[in-house]
Ligand binder design. Structure first.
Ligand code: MG
Length: 400
């Protein structure tokens, strides 16, 4: 979506429920991480670059309090606080009609979902802009049965099911048609998407997030509080590739993946020339985008002179940590005509896994000859290629 075609977006946050399942707690203003619950999601829409204005729909007695809170918390996009209706559809319709005339795309969000993220908002805005209607959905976790007469009448196929979340996004004109149909036919749909489906229009489902839960019972507040306390940024995954070659010479030790292998020839280099470890180190640096082995461990630096592959791996993992990443998976191939390397596979994996602080199942080492072709085939040298995956370290983000 380009800036030229981006529609003007208004968010309607519906916080008009009676909190009937909350044991007397008013969930709209229930404190969550020290902030009234509804303000958490208002903040997400306030901070979204896609959203231009916000309308909060609530019960009449909460109107003045929400006005005051929006102002105090600097929620400048909140244009109006309006009262809800008798049904969910009526409440969201009140909210939509309070949006400015020039709003073209409407997001309806359940104020009881405080853990919505800006990423979900973006996905919904982009899909709804293109398709007319979009909602976030997640596959349900439990096995769901159909019940009839106290017995199971079948198990639903989870692969076909999605739990609907919010915000739900719509072209304003489409939503207006849906509201009109609902009023005319006296329907009471449980969400806006159901109204649009009733018109026979497509509702695109984008990826929701498990954490975007709806606070319905007091236990949900405990879960939301815990999630907020450990709030982590979206896990970033990156991959890197590494390649290395060393020459084979008589009288040198052959060390691969930290394992010394009996052979007439060994690899030549200013270090132990562990070509496998070197390829992995380069892949790690590549994944993190922090240069390469020669940059971090120059042969001109006495500190690294003769350093073992293992020491370089341990140091590389430290450098990665400083950039906020840890290795999560390693796969490597060693090309050598001789000797037979397969008997040493388990020892290499054990050694590499220890140096990389990874479980052994996350380290793979494979071997190939090159059918006597090329320098590996002529036993002039050995090469290694590695592909690694790294993931961002979990970090506790600041909570307002
Ligand atoms: Mg090397």
């Amino acid at each position: 979506m380009t800036a030229e075609t981006a529609p003007r977006v208004g968010a309607v946050i519906v916080a008009a429920g009676s909190s009937s399942r909350m044991s007397g707690l008013d969930k709209v203003l229930a404190p969550l991480a020290g902030t009234p619950l509804v303000l958490h999601s208002v903040r997400v829409f306030q901070d979204s670059p896609h959203v231009h204005e916000i309308v909060i729909v609530t019960r009449p007695e909460l109107e003045p309090r929400l006005h005051e809170l929006a102002e105090r918390h600097g929620l400048t996009k909140v244009k109006r606080v309006v009262r809800g209706g008798r049904t969910r559809a009526e409440s969201s319709r009140h909210g939509v009609s309070a949006l400015s005339q020039d709003v073209e795309l409407v997001l309806v969000h359940d104020g009881a979902r405080p853990l919505v993220t800006g990423e979900v908002v973006t996905r919904v805005v982009e899909a709804a802009t293109l398709d007319g209607a979009a909602i976030p959905g997640v596959p349900p976790v439990p096995t769901i049965k159909r019940e009839a007469n106290g017995a199971s009448a079948g198990t639903l196929d989870r692969a076909e099911l999605r739990e609907a979340q919010t915000p739900q996004g719509f072209h304003r004109s489409l939503l207006a048609r849906a509201f009109a149909a609902v009023m005319k036919e006296g329907l009471e749909p449980s969400d806006e998407a159901a109204m649009v489906e009733h018109l026979g229009e497509r509702v695109t489902i984008v990826a929701g997030e498990r954490r975007n839960l709806k606070v319905t019972v007091p236990e949900d507040l405990v879960v939301a509080e815990a999630l907020l306390a450990g709030r982590t940024p979206p896990q970033q995954t990156r991959v890197g590739i590494g390649y290395d070659v060393h020459r084979l010479e008589e009288g040198r030790p052959l060390i691969l993946g930290g394992v010394t292998i009996a052979h007439a020839k060994g690899l030549l280099g200013h270090s132990d020339a562990d070509v496998l470890s070197h390829a992995i180190v380069d892949a790690l640096f590549g994944a993190a985008g922090v240069g390469d082995l020669g940059h971090h461990f120059p042969d001109t630096d006495a500190e690294w002179e003769g350093a073992s592959g293992e020491r370089l791996l341990v140091a590389a993992v430290e450098i990665l940590r400083d950039s906020g990443y840890v290795p999560t998976n390693v796969d490597a191939t060693v090309s050598a005509q001789a000797p037979q390397l397969a008997p040493h596979r388990a020892a290499m994996i054990a050694h590499l896994a220890r140096a990389l602080l990874l479980p052994e199942q996350r380290v793979s080492v494979k071997f190939t000859t090159t059918e006597r072709l090329g320098f590996e085939g002529r036993e002039e040298g050995i090469s290694a290629t590695a592909v690694v995956q790294i993931g961002s370290l979990p970090m506790v983000a600041e909570i307002e």
